[in-house]
Design a protein around this ligand. Structure first.
Ligand code: GLU
Length: 476
């Protein structure tokens, strides 16, 4: 019988969570959900020096905001409580004692300086430093103030990684590692093995930084008579240069920052999965249901994935374009420019229809829509900096704008009528759209770009458009 699928995300509450860091959570969530299994959140807070206050809350909020709901966790409990390692210390001690009793763990008697001396000696002799070469013959009784070390049993290993495939190592990589530190807290190397076993975890899905330690873990699993879960090692997410591991400096923002800027959770999730995974086709946009159907660990790439924020931007824009108007309207509530408060829903929806095409994330909404709500002051640089318009004299500009005004004065401002008139104006003036339409656009919006001119004018309305053209004429 195969074991029920139970995956976990086991972050350390040491700071913010960038999109690379949350990727293993997305993978683990998908594996659990597609099998009808459970997804568990466990906080690995045993490195007290690195802990950042509040980051546990932040992690939980980030997971929920992305739609990565967990079935068991520190704030909701579950059958294998507690889900915070600092609350599980007595359990680790019990296992540690079992290992001591079985002759598989011993108190480390050396001072830091002594260990350093061993290390230097190995270096001088050009051989790798192995702690096990210095095992004390008669270790002191462990009183909890010394580090407790695993007494390893060096041997070769072959194992299968669900992402990296078949792997093997020789006995030389096995060493006596620390199980419990002198501060009484277990190391990750020890604690996660106990917890994964006690929480019946079926798959460990984690980052590449742990791969070198896996042989040591296999050695410890044997000593504890625990069958190792399936292991899946996700290669690093690399920064845009494709060389180094992604970091804050590469512009990888916190997940909540992206959501605050108006990235859609589903787009962000799609983007994160695509850091290393594809389904073997050219498809890039996947609905959650498609991901649940198609995702598999064995299609996660074995080499590092590139973080490219422009791709995220493109992806998010595609998701926004697919939203129906009511959905989009309800999602952008907090993003309108302040001036939009004076306008009703019908008007704002008209604006949304027009900007939806160009909106790549919601925080751009004010910039893209402000002129629908507010008369902006004339900005002379829009003409003086325009490739075509800067070549025209003031008289020519005046003349063109007067002709446009005359035609628009006679319009009913419906889109078809405006379209017809604008086209007729092209013929009448003998100008290209890049000249004439740009000029009308600048006069009526004071923006360098806008949705289609006829559509924009229809929404801005007749009185306001003509008033703005007059203001521009006066300023020429
Ligand atoms: N606490 C580890 C980390 O944050 C977890 C690794 C794992 O998933 O086992 O990197």
């Amino acid at each position: 019988m195969t074991k029920p699928v139970r995956t976990r995300f086991a972050p350390s509450p040491t700071g913010y969570l960038h999109v690379g860091g949350i990727r293993t959570a997305v993978f683990a969530w998908l594996v659990a959900r597609q099998a009808g299994g459970k997804f568990i959140l466990r906080l690995e807070d045993t490195d007290k020096k690195r802990e950042v206050t509040g980051s546990d809350e932040h992690l939980m909020k980030s997971l929920r905001a992305l739609g990565l709901d967990y079935d068991e966790g520190p704030d909701i409990g579950g059958p294998y409580e507690p889900y915070r390692q600092s609350d599980r210390l007595s359990g680790y001690r019990l296992c540690a004692q079992e290992l001591i009793d079985a002759g598989r763990a011993y108190a480390d008697p050396y001072s830091a300086a002594e260990v350093q001396a061993f290390r230097e000696q190995a270096q001088a002799e050009k051989r790798p430093f192995l702690y096990r070469n210095h095992r004390p013959e008669n270790p002191p009784t462990w009183d909890g103030t010394q580090p407790l070390r695993f007494k390893s049993d060096p041997k070769p290993y072959k194992w299968h990684d669900a992402i990296l495939g078949d792997l093997s190592t020789g006995p030389e990589v096995i060493d006596d590692f620390i199980l419990i530190k002198s501060d009484g807290y277990p190391t990750y190397n020890f604690a996660h093995i106990i917890d994964d076993s006690e929480m019946y975890i079926s798959h460990i899905i984690r980052g590449q930084e742990f791969i070198a330690s896996v042989p040591n873990y296999l050695n410890l699993y044997e000593a504890l008579h625990i069958e190792p879960p399936i292991m899946a090692t996700a290669p690093h997410v690399l920064g845009p240069d494709g060389k180094k591991k992604l970091s804050k400096r590469d512009g990888a923002k916190d997940v909540l920052d992206y959501l605050r800027d108006g990235y859609l959770p589903e787009a962000l999730l799609n983007f994160i999965v695509s850091l290393g995974w594809n389904d073997g086709t050219e498809q890039e946009i996947f609905t959650i249901d498609e991901l649940l159907e198609k995702f598999s660990l064995d299609r996660v790439g074995r080499s590092g994935a590139h973080f490219d924020e422009r791709r995220l931007l493109w992806m998010n824009g595609s998701y926004i374009r697919e939203l129906d108007l009511d959905d989009l309207y309800s999602r952008v509530t907090d993003y309108w420019p302040a001036e939009a408060a004076d306008y009703d829903e019908a008007y704002k929806k008209q604006v949304l229809v027009l900007v939806q095409e160009r909106l790549k994330y919601f925080a751009e909404l004010p910039e893209l829509s402000i002129f629908f709500f507010k008369d902006l002051p004339v900005n002379p640089e829009l003409i003086s900096g325009h490739k075509q318009l800067k070549k025209l004299s003031t008289d020519e500009l005046h003349n063109l704008l007067e002709q446009a005004k005359a035609s628009l004065e006679a319009s009913n401002f419906s889109v078809p009528d405006l379209t017809e008139r604008l086209n007729a104006l092209l013929e009448q003036t003998g100008q290209k759209p890049a000249v004439l339409f740009s000029l009308i656009r600048i006069a009526t919006t004071q923006a360098a770009a806008s949705p289609s001119l006829a559509d924009s004018l229809a929404v801005i309305g007749k009185d306001r458009s003509l008033e703005r053209i007059n203001t521009q004429l006066a300023a020429l």
